[in-house]
Design a protein around this ligand. Structure first.
Ligand code: SF4
Length: 436
């Protein structure tokens, strides 16, 4: 494995910073480095879990992810090594000495400095160009799949290639992402206390929900860029949470329900392809026993049910179809799929929800994006088509025959893409279309 001095330095600095300060952000960065000894996708999955729980080593100790024996050994070895290094750090005064111990423990003992540049006066010889490698297909994907990975592929195959196949390092921390992680945790804990929201609990829920929000945001405080940003995001979340309670009360009055799952692991095997994911909330209707899958959304989402259905039908979004099939396989009668917007503190919480119906004629033949209603229907046949497309994509990605990964056709996909600077073939932004 070729390693650059910068990569080694970043890894050593990350572990050193965690040993000295306990910073989860530094530990996660080191964990996702290739020097950690943990496969990239396993590290990425644990990083998601750790962002929710706030403590990577605790999540590893609790065995929060089901892993193959080799992957589990790699994760446990990392945990054991960093724990022993932290113990050493308490006795070790100098960072350099500690970095040497870290390098030895993870066998990253290559030179950490670049060789001195040749002096300008010295002549240098040009090397012979290497013969190009024979072209071959990209390595087939052999790990489990997730709906979000398939969403990424649907949005931009090149982005999937960077993120999953190249395992390009991303720094996903920051205000927006951490707001979502903390808010998810707050609601997970809140519904632990209030699994059956009722109008008679409204005052108690209004009183308690800010406490859950505060606790969750404090837990992730070190992932925000600074304290001020954390306080502003926390305030936004507290106001949004009150609107969430308004909606809970109205919904429970309309049709009483019980929250039967929170951050529920969903596993499904489809024609030999293993999928894994986490369902934010699973509700059971108290009167009918029917199940609803609820996905909290703290970013931009479809504004109407037909827009969301159109995304499912055009194979841009596989998340709720995946949850539908995962819970159906568990024996649930899933009748509703809902996206719950939790982004804007100034707007009422109005879920975008699709009722699952069996009879195709109940649903409009063609999605009408002009329909602004937040409730709509989707047929089981349409969910089956999404399932078939998921399997098709899995086959493509696992085949090892793909030789090219197309860039996005829609420039809006590039707006927040972390690979923007690396991606030479990206489409031109809309605003520049006539400017070049
Ligand atoms: S910059 Fe655009 S085209 Fe390139 S990987 Fe990102 S989303 Fe895809």
């Amino acid at each position: 494995m070729t390693q650059t001095p910068e990569e080694v330095r970043a890894f050593l600095d990350g572990v050193t910073a965690w040993c000295r300060t306990g910073s989860q952000a530094h530990l996660l960065r080191a964990f996702r480095s290739r020097f950690s000894g943990v496969p990239h996708d396993v590290a990425a999955a644990y990083a998601v879990v750790a962002r929710r729980s706030g403590d990577l080593l605790e999540a590893i100790g609790a065995g929060r992810l089901a892993l193959s024996p080799d992957d589990r050994d790699a994760v446990l070895a990392f945990s054991k090594t960093v724990r022993s290094l932290r113990d050493l750090a308490e006795r070790e005064e100098s960072d350099d000495a500690l970095a040497q111990r870290i390098a030895a423990a993870f066998a990253v003992t290559e030179a950490r400095e670049r060789p001195a540049a040749a002096s300008a006066a010295e002549p240098f010889a040009l090397a012979e160009a290497l013969a190009p490698e024979p072209a071959s297909g990209a390595r087939g994907w052999k790990q489990h799949f997730s709906a979000s990975a398939l969403n990424t592929y649907a949005e931009c195959p090149r982005k999937w290639y960077y993120r999953y196949l190249c395992a390009a390092i991303e720094d996903r921390s920051g205000g927006a992402a951490t707001y979502g992680t903390a808010f998810h945790l707050a609601l997970e804990d809140f519904h632990g206390e209030f699994p059956s929201p009722r109008a008679e609990n409204a005052d108690e829920m209004r009183e308690k929900i800010p406490i859950y929000v505060n606790t969750a945001f404090e837990k992730y405080a070190n992932l925000f860029d600074n304290r001020l940003e954390m306080e502003l995001q926390k305030r936004r979340a507290r106001r949004t949470a009150q609107r969430y309670v308004d909606w809970l009360v109205a919904e429970a009055t309309r049709a009483p329900f019980t929250v039967i799952g929170r951050e529920l692991e969903a596993r499904l095997e489809m024609e030999g392809f293993a999928f894994v994911g986490f369902i934010d909330r699973l509700d059971r209707d108290d009167a009918t026993g029917a199940t609803s899958v609820v996905d909290y959304k703290t970013g931009i989402i479809a504004e109407s049910a037909e827009e969301y259905r159109s995304d499912v039908l055009s194979f841009k979004d596989f998340q709720l179809p995946f949850y539908y099939w995962a819970r159906t396989a568990e024996g649930d009668r899933v009748t509703r799929l809902a996206l719950l917007p939790l982004k804007d503190a100034l707007l009422d919480v109005r879920p975008v929800s699709l009722e699952v119906v069996a009879i195709p004629s109940v649903a409009p033949a063609r999605p009408a994006r002009r329909d602004a209603s937040t409730t709509g229907v989707i047929t089981i046949g349409e969910l089956e088509r999404a399932r078939a497309r998921m399997i098709e994509i899995c086959r493509e990605l696992a085949s090892g025959n793909l030789t090219a990964f197309e860039v996005a056709t829609d420039p809006s996909a590039c707006r927040y893409c972390v690979y923007l600077n690396a991606c030479a073939g990206r489409p031109n932004p809309e605003v520049e279309k006539f400017g070049r």
